[in-house]
Design a protein around this ligand. Sequence first.
Ligand SMILES: [Fe+2]
Length: 215
Amino acid sequence: MFDATSGASPFGFMRAGCAGDREAVGFTARYQTFGLHEFLDELDEYVGALPLPLLTELLSRVVITPEEIHDYVQFDPNRYRRNRVRLRAHYEALVLCWRPDQISPIHDHGESNCAVAVISGEAVEIGFAWTADGQLRVVSSQRLCAGSITAAAGPDLHQVANWSHPQRDLVTLHIYSPPLMRMETYPESKVLRVPATRVKGLVSFSARGHRQQAG
Ligand SMILES: [Fe+2]
């Protein structure tokens, strides 16, 4: 057993960014890879909250086949759906399924570290920070294609959306450590108003490292 509790977690948002149009399903990694359940079995070997560098390093080696994720790919026509894969004392794993234009609230992750892999489709992630007078301002935005990983420490504020171009479903794998017992959500009315394109216009689109015209 490994004790992950001593690992420092110096990262706020730690992003691997968009590495092109590579699909997480079936891409060839350079290092030892895990299937979904092998990956979760590996996490089972640790005790205590898993630090973000460890989570993201392990998550980057996951190669998920359509068969092993099939049972967890369940959509809801009204909002993004959370499908739990495994719950342990020190982490939980969920597959989130997003129809086009479904969006999370602005939220933090309470006491939990959160690492996310985009399995298929494209995600947009917007990061926020508090202003001195208690409003939220956009501090980052990025488009995450399949194969990308993003991570957030508990207090970090973000929002995830499926604003893919062209429209298609989005499937993401989320690891929360410890399990997500509490998360705060924040209303859009808290966001400082900037020009009308505040979110979509700020998203940086890239493909294979080259900046693209925002759709
Ligand atoms: Fe989140």
